[in-house]
Design a protein around this ligand. Structure first.
Ligand SMILES: Nc1nc2c(c(=O)[nH]1)N[C@H]1C(S)=C(S)[C@@H](COP(=O)(O)OP(=O)(O)OC[C@H]3O[C@@H](n4cnc5c(=O)[nH]c(N)nc54)[C@H](O)[C@@H]3O)O[C@H]1N2
Ligand SMILES: Nc1nc2c(c(=O)[nH]1)N[C@H]1C(S)=C(S)[C@@H](COP(=O)(O)OP(=O)(O)OC[C@H]3O[C@@H](n4cnc5c(=O)[nH]c(N)nc54)[C@H](O)[C@@H]3O)O[C@H]1N2
Ligand code: SF4
Ligand SMILES: [Mo]
Length: 683
């Protein structure tokens, strides 16, 4: 019999590419890109191609396990659920509900059943402490745009004439978007490309490359604003009609003339003038910002604000090819909102809420303090659902120390990760190919909103369960059955789809490839800020004691802010540039991917390496004030001299032995992962 083709999407990373899954005799035999998918249009990356090896990996967790005297013992689901319910009840009685933290990893962003049920459980249990990767990824940008516009405008780069790719190597991290942009460059519809990156990434070959010092993006943007306003290139009509605080901005950016910005950023003043003029005069223009590369700085929030200001001042808001607003589709909401304050709410109140909009999250960077110092109160138990924070949070030593101190820890995962190793109970979750669900994309990463029926392709491996079912069964054991009435995946899907007006049948029959559901609203924006205008100058920030206009702040360790330290640690370290074969800590055990990227590799300019007697292929140590790792060297003239770039997610050369949980961005609580100081030595 010919294999059956099932149309669904891949969620091995945020891009959610459409895939055709070939199934024969109940087995997945092949995966290819789905040409009709509204976003990916057939694009797929090496990870998507390796999905067969991923789901059938011999390393998959196949049954629940408990740790007995340091060893793992197989147990039944019944026993696992009983232990968990009993322990969680005890924790709540002894310390109160907030002593439990629930952690969602990056997989929670595109897996709404996982995220929704985790939120439901913690709400019913009564803990405010849901922590997640949004404590260092994406939310900074969401907050910055919401605070400026009252809502989140998305980019639509394929409709732009002028594009700035600001700190993002899409060829590795955003494959479907890269394909769309290359197409637009080939056709000439994007006529001017500017790439702002310390590395000459492949896309930089197609336009103007601005080789910036890591961590100085805010200064560059302020310098561009200085030129645009001084030369009268701003969009006066748009500013007059829709914005508040332009005069203050005009005054403020006088402090950032290109010559001064050149000293800060390493970008020649003439180049700053050139790109400012291009960006302000070719319309429509759009900045497409990287995520971590912009967020994970001491002033990452202001980086996100200042990029929004460049869009505003040039009038590139709410026009095709600018940043545009789209209406949300509403999906069923599983949240049960708690009232008490999570960790980090005191230190970073706006991360918790502004204008009555409450975020579901506590700040994960304060998790270790809560466990180890009981600050502001003790956290005693942790449930990790689809994350590997022992490797992905900064300062792995302290994070692991905190995990070891917990009274009780549960991990739900497909694999025995570094985090799972530290748990008391490990529960086998099934992969997205083994369950049905709603593929829902708002558009923050895809720039195109749509919904898709994510179909079950194969039966769950071993005794693994879907995350929603794991949460449901734990809930029922705890006596919360009335909050967890769903019996089947179809019921769960129907619950999520109900408020949207879309139905399972519709998505299945009419749009198996995914339905584009929202009309974009050009020039119709209502800005839902307190003033009803776009807030260039933010009273909300001012009232909370933050800079109402973006001010450039040096990285906390840099040749400028800590010159003495820079004598000992003379190189700039950036971590976590994405690798095509892996998502964070995942997929190292898939042979075809491992063969293509067998080991962790640091990049460095050959001249810089040469100064330390280091050549291509050597091993070196990379050391920061925090710690040291050993890693292989790849010398490349593409990276600006004086910089070391290392990947994250490798247990054997863990970048987060070099990073710290402090200092934090005052607004969001994000930490610095992209502009640190380091020294290197040949081994
Ligand atoms: N130094 C440094 N550190 C970084 C970064 C950096 O740039 N530099 N980047 C940061 C960023 S932006 C992010 S988003 C984080 C990511 O941090 P994490 O989300 O903690 O990292 P992952 O390795 O993706 O962990 C996801 C886990 O979920 C499991 N999983 C996959 N699918 C499912 C499922 O359906 N159910 C369940 N239960 N589990 C599943 C995977 O096996 C894996 O173990 O890393 C951060 N850490
Ligand atoms: N293959 C793969 N794709 C992924 C992921 C993955 O793990 N693997 N993770 C997904 C997730 S959760 C996220 S958050 C995104 C992350 O996506 P991004 O944050 O956009 O990361 P990259 O695309 O790797 O781009 C990083 C680029 O920024 C440059 N850079 C470093 N520091 C600075 C700086 O200070 N300023 C500027 N201007 N540039 C800088 C680096 O040289 C590099 O070229 O990727 C997503 N896509
Ligand atoms: S980029 Fe690769 S891993 Fe990410 S969703 Fe697409 S195919 Fe899957
Ligand atoms: Mo991320």
């Amino acid at each position: 019999m010919a294999p059956k083709i099932i149309k669904t999407d891949c969620i091995l990373c945020v891009n959610s590419c459409g895939i055709n899954a070939y199934v024969e005799d109940g087995k997945l035999i092949k995966v290819e890109g789905m040409a009709e998918h509204p976003v990916s249009e057939g694009a797929i990356c090496p990870r998507g191609e390796a999905l067969v090896d991923y789901v059938y990996s011999p390393d998959r967790l196949k049954y629940p396990m408990k740790k007995v005297n340091g060893n793992w013992e197989r147990i039944s689901w019944d026993e696992a659920l009983d232990i968990i319910a009993e322990q969680l009840k005890q924790i709540k009685e002894k310390y109160g509900a907030k002593a439990l933290a629930v952690y969602n990893g990056s997989i929670g962003v595109e897996n709404i059943e996982l995220a929704g049920f985790a939120q439901r459980f913690r709400g019913v249990y009564g803990t405010p402490n849901l922590i997640s990767v949004e404590g260092n990824c994406f939310r900074s940008r969401i907050m910055a745009r919401q605070m400026t516009f009252g809502g989140y405008p998305i980019e639509e780069p394929w409709n732009s004439k002028c594009l700035i790719i600001w700190g993002q190597n899409m060829d590795n991290s955003r494959v479907p978007m890269a394909a769309k942009i290359y197409k637009a460059l080939d056709s000439g519809s994007v006529s001017q490309l500017i790439v702002i990156d310390p590395k000459r990434i492949p896309m930089a070959e197609r336009g103007i490359h601005i080789q910036i010092r890591p961590g100085t993006d805010c200064a560059l943007a302020l310098g561009m604003l200085n030129v645009i306003i001084a030369e009268g290139l701003h969009d006066k009509e748009f500013i007059e009609k829709y914005t508040l605080g332009f005069d203050k901005l005009a005054e403020h950016v006088k402090q950032y003339p290109p010559e001064k910005v050149e000293e800060i950023t390493w970008v020649p003043a003439e180049d700053i003038r050139k790109i400012a003029r291009i960006f302000a005069t070719i319309k429509p223009a759009s900045i497409v910002p990287g995520t971590c590369s912009i967020d994970q700085h001491i002033n990452g929030f202001q980086n996100n604000r200042v990029l929004a200001l460049l869009q505003i001042v040039t009038g590139n808001i709410d026009i095709p090819g600018g940043w545009v607003f789209i209406p949300f589709i509403r999906l069923g909401d599983l949240r049960v909102m708690e009232i008490s304050e999570p960790i980090g709410a005191e230190e970073h109140p706006l991360f918790r809420q502004f204008w009555g909009r409450i975020s579901p999250y506590g700040q994960q960077m304060l998790f270790a303090d809560a466990v180890l110092q009981e600050k502001p109160y003790p956290i005693k138990a942790l449930i990790v659902n689809g994350g590997n924070p022992a490797l992905t949070l900064p300062d792995s030593v302290r994070i692991k120390q905190a995990m070891k101190k917990l009274d009780f820890m549960v991990v739900m995962d497909l694999f025995m990760t570094e985090t799972a190793e530290l748990a008391d109970i490990v529960l086998p979750a099934c992969s997205f190919l083994e369950k049905s669900g709603v593929g829902y994309v708002y558009g923050v990463t895809t720039c195109m909103p749509y919904a898709l029926l994510r179909k079950k392709v194969i039966e769950p491996i071993g005794e693994s369960w879907a995350d929603w079912k794991i949460w449901t069964e734990i809930g029922r054991r705890m006596g919360y059955g009335e909050f967890f009435p769903w019996e089947t995946e179809e019921e769960v899907i129907d619950f999520f789809l109900k408020p949207s007006g879309l139905t399972r049948e519709q998505l299945d029959k009419e749009h198996p490839e995914g339905a584009y559901y929202a009309e974009k609203k050009y020039l119709a924006a209502k800005y839902r800020t307190p003033s009803g205008k776009i807030e260039i100058y933010s009273e909300t920030l001012a009232e909370n004691g933050y800079d109402p206009l973006p001010v450039y702040i040096e990285p906390s360790h840099s040749p400028v802010s800590t010159p003495e330290l820079a004598k000992k640690f003379p190189l700039i370290l950036t971590t976590g540039a994405r690798i095509p074969q892996y998502t964070h800590t995942q997929l190292r055990n898939v042979p075809v991917l491992r063969k293509a990227a067998p080991e962790p590799i640091a990049e460095i300019h050959p001249e810089t390496a040469g100064r330390y007697g280091i050549a291509d292929g050597d091993m070196m140590t990379v050391e920061t004030v925090k710690g040291q790792i050993a890693i292989k060297v790849n010398t490349t003239e593409d990276l600006a001299p004086g910089i070391v770039s290392i990947p994250h997610g490798w247990a054997e050369a863990n970048a987060n032995l070099l990073t710290e949980l402090e200092p934090r961005d005052p607004v969001t609580g994000y930490t610095e992962l992209k502009a640190l100081l380091c020294r290197i030595k040949k081994i």
